[in-house]
Design a protein around this ligand. Structure first.
Ligand code: SF4
Length: 267
């Protein structure tokens, strides 16, 4: 298949893409292969959307909260962490449409709601742990797990503007959670006791939603291995095609996608 045209300064790292896989790359691959191409092969950088910035900042503050609890330290400096994180990427020119102050205030309100209402009170088993596992077919799975609660419950934090549903959440995040389960089992030699999605829901009155899931079952594990196989086959064939759908409305590569001529060039 014809190779894509790329800037000379940004060659694709095919070896790394083929020999390692992460939950975020797999997720992007299953959403849209052309988007994957723009993001990971052509490496076209885009400023984060306001929602992405909010999610990153919230994640960083929750990380600081988890680290403090893990070390047995006070958690009273989190607003300073929040303000620092909020300003960290100021040069990336986020298009706030004049709403930055409101967004900042509502994000801090959301985090305060989380700290006041969360059911997570136990000392963590692990925080932001970077793990890797060698899978069949000489491919390495790499990932960072937000939090492992006492007893081996894998936790991931999400920010969202809508109240999530159990079935759809499990479906949408199955790849990510099953990757974490594989990584946890490989690192510890134990099966996780369950998985939890903790949602920070950005409504006028912020709220939390917790979706608890059982350990990964055999069918889910088989699905994940099949997806990883498809990822590798598709990459080897340079099979980058668009998957048009509802997700296109928020796609940062919409302009590049509309210019795509079927020859895998982002022109
Ligand atoms: S606009 Fe849609 S089809 Fe095009 S790259 Fe983005 S997600 Fe894929």
């Amino acid at each position: 298949m014809e190779m894509p045209v790329l800037p000379a300064s940004s060659p694709p790292d095919w070896e790394r893409l083929l020999n390692t896989v992460s939950p975020s790359r797999l997720q992007c691959w299953t959403q849209c292969r052309l988007k994957f191409y723009f993001r990971y092969v052509a490496k076209i950088e885009k400023p984060p959307s306001p929602a992405l910035h909010v999610g990153k900042v919230a994640h960083a503050v929750l990380q600081a909260w988890n680290w403090a609890r893990w070390r047995g330290l006070a958690t009273d400096k989190l607003e300073a962490v929040f303000l620092e994180q909020w300003d960290e990427h100021r040069e990336t020119k986020i298009d706030w449409e004049g709403q930055e102050e409101q967004e900042r205030a509502s994000t801090w309100a959301l985090l305060k709601t989380f700290f006041a209402q969360t059911s997570i009170q136990d000392r963590p088993e692990a925080v932001e742990v970077s793990v890797e596992a060698q899978l069949p077919g000489s491919i390495q799975l790499v990932g960072i797990i937000d939090l492992v609660r006492a007893g081996g419950r894998i936790v991931d934090f999400k920010t969202t503007s809508k109240t999530p549903s159990d079935t759809m959440s499990e479906h949408q995040h199955e790849i990510q959670l099953c990757c974490y389960a594989l990584l946890y089992r490989d690192a510890t030699g134990k099966k996780e006791s369950g998985m939890e999605l903790h949602y920070l829901v950005r409504l006028k009155t912020p709220k939390l939603a917790l979706i608890g899931l059982p350990p990964m079952n055999e069918r889910q594990e088989a699905r994940l291995h099949r997806i990883i196989h498809s990822y590798r086959e598709g990459l080897q064939q340079r099979d980058f095609v668009p998957s048009s759908g509802f997700g296109c409305a928020g796609c940062e590569y919409f302009a590049e996608c509309r210019r795509w001529d079927g020859k895998e060039s982002h022109g």
